[in-house]
Design a protein around this ligand. Sequence first.
Ligand SMILES: [Zn+2]
Ligand SMILES: [Zn+2]
Length: 332
Amino acid sequence: MSTHRELGRGERVLPGLWRLRLPLPWPGVPHGNAWAIAAGSGVVLVDTGYFEPGSMAQLTRAMAQVNLRVEHVRLVAVTHAHSDHWGQAAPIVERAGCELWMHPNHAHATETADDPAATLARRLEVGRQSGVPAAALERYAERFSSEAASGIARVIPPDRPLVDGVRIETDLGTWEVYETPGHAPSHVCLYQPERRLLISGDHVLGRISLYYDYGWTPDPVGEYLASLDRVGVLDARLGLSGHGRPFVDVAGHVEGARRLVHERLERALGALGRGPATALEIAPAVYDEPLSPQNASWLLSETLCYLQHLEQAGRVAREAGDDGAVRWSAQP
Ligand SMILES: [Zn+2]
Ligand SMILES: [Zn+2]
């Protein structure tokens, strides 16, 4: 863990639209964005940042830099229920006295938020299925228990489901909701068509990076590709994503993400060309990077998502062994 944590920072992107850059405790992902949009006497806040000791002070600091206060928030809308986007919703809503809008498929987050044991059990199951040896899983379990932090202040139910057809009124015009599952089952993008602004959450990022929640829906990769098609036709001019700076050429970034998905699917298939293998055996080839205790849980669940997608397309088949490990083989 880095000892030099960044500080919350606010900056104006356009008149009436501010980026709030909030620090994260994750190596490699130093910060995430929340977006404040002028709306009448206050602002709509899209995403909230991660919850941990001091995180409200970081948000307050970022807002103060652009002359805003948490009490100005009239509505919290959440792009998806990952802790870095939704973790701080409860204290903000409480302090501002406003509503929370979020997509209803948030079980991937809310069912495990208060239950680290359930989160660990899911991860161990991913490890077992992937062919990780029992001793390594035991070591993982020991480390997990001592580091567990959900990043979520408290689970509160959304006041309104953020689904297709919902509109968010702001001084910059009306934002339309587009359901975009894949990165997370609860993911939505918000689009302002006159100004062609896309709040893209983690669906499309300025620096392309792919992630799927494994185990909540039948085919996260297929959902993700369909969601890329959805936003690819919007003709957005500026992307406002969950991490990193605003970016132009949104269509190019959508295309880049699609290419990377297909590249990883091909790599997974290619890695099975030498015979049946577990996710553990092929993950380094899919990602072109060795597995480590830090990245294993993530890379294995992603690899399982690719295999699941290929299975649905009839291109691979699985066979479960007595040890719980699943071996995958390419289909002719
Ligand atoms: Zn996310
Ligand atoms: Zn994120």
